[in-house]
Write a protein of this length. Structure first.
Length: 445
């Protein structure tokens, strides 16, 4: 029995085919684990190990990918990575080629934030055309926030300083923790149903992404959008962004900023009122002056509309019209006379008799020119014919015959130019200047 042929692999070939199997057979995966053995050589690439309680795997993140991470990982840090399973062929090491890296926990929240933001944006909840304008002079301002935090103290201080006449109605809610989301939704729905405020402020002081997470809730976002009252979002610090900021009618960088946005500045308002008062006084003075001028003009027009004065003016206007009519008639007659003379001249120039005389004269001229042209053409043709006859006679065989030569042909009409072309006894024909001879060849010489 023949032994089957063995297929031998080199180590390089084995590792290469295993790498191809891993590259083509495994999808992109997300892996969470503790980072250890972190190193960053001069090339800028990152090499580290991901491990949990029971296993570990080597990982590599190349420079063009790790530039966008935004922080330098440390050993012992819990991270989440996205990457492809591969094999480092020279050592045969199975490893993870990392394309994205983020801190565990915070990264999950950020992903959830971006997912919800994209979905609500696609629904149109952030559309600019849905944003409502804020009232210029609010009579009552609603504030949805914690009654014990620093944010409410800052808001009340700003509102009192900028616009003390406005009333402030506080809807107390927890702003973090499990109870925050239902409390925020209930307060928004209550304020919208009562409609006792002109504008609402939803506020909270700064904190981590976990602290602000209640304001990234979908239910809170939809309650803000459904509110019948314009909503200003003042959550966190200036660098913090929440879903509430995108869905609110106006986003303020801080709670204090929200208080400034919803109220006019008292000093500016007073200055504006003073300016408006001054403009009103000036407008009234201008109107009084204009009314005095109008009254004076009316009195003058009343004097000018006396019946006697109007009759005189109408008689003078009648004389003016009569003079203008006479001048217009004369001018019209002059224009029409000139136009008639012009038309008569053009008529004479266009008379058929004159055109016929011109045509006859032109016909006579053309006949003379035609006669001259024909004579010139005939003379030229006769001259050319004589030249052609002379040239033809010079090359004609008849001219040769007049000098005693003859043209000899065979019986078949072929020209005899060589004695060898005929045989003894053949009949030949000799063409002379006058007539022709038939002869028979007696001999050839």
């Amino acid at each position: 029995m023949a032994t089957p042929e063995r297929s031998l692999y080199t180590v390089s070939r084995l590792n290469r085919e295993v790498r191809l199997l891993l590259d083509n057979g495994m999808p992109v995966v997300w892996v969470e684990g503790e980072l250890s053995n972190f190193s960053q050589p001069a090339s800028g690439h990152w090499y580290f190990t991901l491990k949990d309680r029971d296993a570990q795997v080597r990982a590599a993140m190349f420079r063009q990918r790790n530039l966008g991470v935004g922080f330098t990982p440390k050993s012992g840090q819990q991270v989440v990575v996205r990457g492809r399973v591969g094999l480092y062929e020279p050592r045969g090491d199975y490893q993870l080629i990392v394309e994205h890296l983020e801190e565990a926990g915070v990264g999950a929240l950020k992903r959830e934030f971006e997912r919800l933001k994209a979905r609500l944006s696609a629904e149109g909840l952030f559309a600019q055309e849905l944003k409502r304008p804020l009232p210029t002079l609010p009579r009552r301002i609603g504030v949805i926030t914690s009654p014990t935090g620093a944010a409410i103290r800052d808001i009340l201080h700003i509102l009192k300083r900028r616009f003390a006449p406005a009333e402030v109605l506080i809807y107390p809610v927890p702003v973090q923790g499990a109870a925050a989301v239902p409390a925020l939704i209930e307060a928004l729905n209550l304020a919208s149903a009562r409609a006792e405020c002109d504008v609402l402020i939803v506020a909270r002081g700064g904190g981590s992404i976990e602290d602000l997470w209640a304001f990234n809730d979908e239910g809170v976002a939809r309650a803000i959008r459904a509110s019948s009252i314009p909503v200003v979002s003042g959550v966190g610090h200036e660098i913090d962004f929440t879903i509430a900021d995108f869905v609110a009618d106006v986003r303020a960088p801080t709670p204090s900023g929200a208080a400034e946005i919803v109220t006019p500045d008292r000093a500016e308002l007073v200055a504006g009122l003073r300016t408006s008062g001054g403009r009103l006084v000036q407008a009234m003075q201008r109107e009084l002056r204009a009314a005095t001028v109008r009254l004076t003009n009316a009195q003058r027009r009343l004097q000018l509309t006396h019946p006697g004065i109007r009759l005189q003016q109408q008689a003078q206007r009648l004389d003016d019209f009569d003079l203008r009519l006479t001048q217009a008639v004369r001018a019209t007659l002059l224009r029409q006379g000139g136009r008639l003379g012009t038309l008569l001249t053009r008529l004479l120039q266009a008379s058929p008799e004159r055109r016929l005389a011109d045509a006859r004269a032109r016909g006579d001229q053309l006949a003379v020119r035609l006669h001259h042209a024909i004579e010139a053409r005939l003379q030229t043709a006769q001259h050319r014919l004589a030249l052609a006859q002379n040239q033809l006679h010079a090359v004609s065989p008849l001219a040769t015959l007049s000098r005693g030569f003859a043209v000899v042909t065979r019986a078949d009409g072929g020209l005899v130019t060589d004695a060898g072309s005929v045989n003894e006894g053949d009949e030949i024909r000799a063409l002379l200047q006058q007539g022709a001879l038939r002869a028979r060849v007696v001999s050839r010489e």
